[in-house]
Design a binder for this molecule. Sequence first.
Ligand code: ASP
Length: 318
Amino acid sequence: MTESSRRHLLAVSDLTADDALRILDTARALERSLDREMKKLPTLRGRLVVNLFYESSTRTLSSFELAAKRLSADTMVLRASGSSVDKGESLRDTALTLAAYDPDVIVIRHPHIGAPQIVADATKAHVVNAGDGTHQHPTQALLDLYTIDEELGGIAGLHVAIVGDVLHSRVARSDIQALVLMGARVTVVGPPPLIPRGIESMGCEVSYDIETIKHADVVYVLRMQKERMLEGANYVPSLREYTACWGVTSERLRPGQKVMHPGPMNRGVEIDPVVADAADALIERQVRSGLVVRMAVLYDLLTHGPVEVKVAEIEEVA
Ligand code: ASP
């Protein structure tokens, strides 16, 4: 992260390639250190990490919770339902209330673009964007980089096809940026109504032909995000039609291609269950990466990276 943006992780653009590499190295060291019976490290003892979630989440919330706990931080989860948000409290007021507890990190997920910035402006905490509308999901991008790096032995020069509902996907936006930053070639693939106009300016290529995915090293499947689609808008004639034309099936893949999906999956819609469960699918690996990468992000922010993380150091405190 650059000097000025180091305090937060709001978007992939907060990161340089060196920042990303440092975080991946830290995640690697942490993954090794967790490979033992005693899984807790005292690194963030006495720190407070608040998870403020205004949208549903399984993987992101559970991994941030566990990441903070594995580093011995105190954690607190605040969800929109059941809190004063239900009573109409504004995001800024909620942030100010939380600020009274002096949190070190606030992890926020929110349906509106820019919500993490509001929290960053209202508090002294380090803020991590865990997904804001269709905009950004930087820790997903980092865990995807980590997964690819670990499983394919590098990122630069690889060809990644991102297929499906790119229009509504913060994962697509974050991953394109992160992959391009690390020197990968990215092609987005899907029906024209689901590919944002001008997306090439992010450094990727565009294809409206599903056959293109056969040429990639990694096929990254996106969820059909029905909850984000405007009512009445006909992005695709029907889900059945979408599956027939764009669903990722074994027939559309080449043997040995790696398949990723951020979850939650619509099995039988954007991805065939046979593909999702095949040995070349990295989907569970992504979830495991999520834990160590989020530990690395918390560590990095709270130790005011860039710091060199020595494996020995981590092992010593374990
Ligand atoms: N879980 C990811 C996200 O929060 C992907 C998805 O929802 O499709 O953006």
